[in-house]
Design a protein around this ligand. Structure first.
Ligand SMILES: NC(=O)C1=CN([C@@H]2O[C@H](COP(=O)(O)OP(=O)(O)OC[C@H]3O[C@@H](n4cnc5c(N)ncnc54)[C@H](OP(=O)(O)O)[C@@H]3O)[C@@H](O)[C@H]2O)C=CC1
Ligand SMILES: CC(=O)N[C@@H](CCC(=O)OP(=O)(O)O)C(=O)O
Length: 346
């Protein structure tokens, strides 16, 4: 059995991770930490896990948690995983960080967008960007994984086939994304207050959201040249889910049938990416509660643009499910262990 510890277990991403790990046949929970709920049973904080998750939340004693774990997950706000990574790797264990601290190949980009100092620069070269469909071979041998952001997961999976094959004019890409409110975490804030969010949709972070450099880093690597994207997230009155509608100008004529075949072939054998049949488009409801990313691709011959629609559950493929998928790959387990099955509907 893999002994798995979760630091920041009581946030939305952490709790979803605990739920998935509690049903994983090869995992035993070695410890769950929280600042605010230390000493209380986890199920008191998340009653849906009553009779499924027994551990009591512990104070955040990182050396002790690492010592009793084989793999540690951090589901903390950015800036807090660097010290944990040092301790985890020093003890020869593996770390999967659900935050942004180890997603970037250079500290300068991280520091300029996240406005905190990177205090574990020496570990950046050892970190792997944990998007299995793109970096599976590196993840297999990694001890430190930077789990991707939710919006980047939907955007990168949506664009990878076209960019890898040179079908898109690199600076023509527009990513328009909508997120459920759980993407903002469990903490209270005016922006996520019911009366502010319900019956309303609003754009935020326009031309400056911190997922932009993460998307550009990965798309540039796929395209083989530096590119920029226009990325606009929106907050919508859903609990969970991300829908990204992505536009790009084609470099040469492409038929709808060819576009579909390109996606189908690129993701052939991928357990969690479902390229929908022509005429069918993704919806957040069809991926809620599952680790799937659903993709639909349409060529607009009139404008010479391609439109890709990508849907994920922000808390699963966008966070906790992807983290478990990474753990499975790092542990040599079948990739879908503990992640099988469709989501819930309606
Ligand atoms: N929500 C989402 O859809 C996604 C989230 N992520 C990333 O996952 C991480 C967690 O996000 P999310 O679960 O949404 O956030 P939440 O705000 O819901 O949870 C944060 C967790 O971190 C703990 N925490 C907060 N501040 C500190 C601190 N200063 N020191 C130690 N622990 C702290 C909280 O502990 P306590 O119990 O004490 O309150 C809580 O358990 C973030 O990095 C986020 O960006 C990534 C992809 C998607
Ligand atoms: C709806 C909503 O507020 N979403 C969050 C997603 C943040 C997140 O998960 O980002 P990191 O993992 O990179 O911190 C946001 O836009 O900031």
């Amino acid at each position: 059995m893999i002994k798995a510890g979760v630091i920041g277990a009581t946030g939305y991403a952490g709790a979803e991770l605990v739920r998935l790990l509690s049903g994983h046949p090869e995992v035993e929970l070695s410890g769950l930490t929280s600042r605010n709920y230390a000493g209380r049973p986890f199920w008191e904080v998340y009653p849906h896990l009553y009779k499924y998750v027994d551990p009591v939340c512990a104070e955040q004693d990182v050396p002790a948690l690492v010592a009793q774990s084989d793999v540690v997950f951090t589901a903390l706000p950015h800036g807090h995983a660097m010290a944990v990574a040092k301790e985890t790797l020093a003890q020869g264990k593996a770390l999967i960080d659900l935050g942004a601290d180890f997603r970037f190949r250079d500290a300068a980009t991280y520091e300029s967008w996240y406005k905190v100092e990177h205090t574990a620069r020496e570990l950046i070269a050892r970190a792997v960007y944990g998007l299995p469909e793109i970096h599976r071979e590196e993840i297999k041998v990694a001890r430190l994984v930077g789990n991707p952001g939710c919006y980047p997961t939907s955007a990168i999976l949506g664009l990878a086939p076209l960019l890898k094959e040179g079908w898109l004019e690199p600076d023509s890409i527009i990513i328009d994304s909508k997120s459920g409110v759980s993407g903002a975490g469990r903490g209270l804030s005016l922006n996520t207050h019911y009366c502010e969010v319900n019956e309303s949709i609003k754009a935020y972070g326009v031309a400056g959201h911190r997922h932009t450099p993460e998307i550009e880093q990965e798309l540039s690597a796929l395209a083989g040249r530096q590119l920029t994207v226009s990325f606009t997230p929106h907050l919508t009155p859903m609990l969970r889910g991300i829908l990204s509608t992505i536009y790009g100008r084609l470099t040469r004529p492409l038929s709808g049938g060819q576009a579909h075949a390109l996606y189908r072939d690129f993701y052939a054998g991928e357990r969690f990416v479902r390229v929908l049949p022509p005429g069918m488009l993704p919806a957040t409801k069809a991926v809620a509660g599952s680790n799937h990313c659903d993709l639909g691709v349409v060529v607009d011959g009139r404008t010479g643009r391609v439109v890709v629609v990508s849907a994920i559950d922000n808390l699963i493929k966008g966070a906790a499910g992807q983290a478990v998928q990474n753990m499975n790959i790092m542990s040599g387990l079948p990739e879908d262990t503990g992640l099988c099955g469709p989501g819930v509907y309606p």
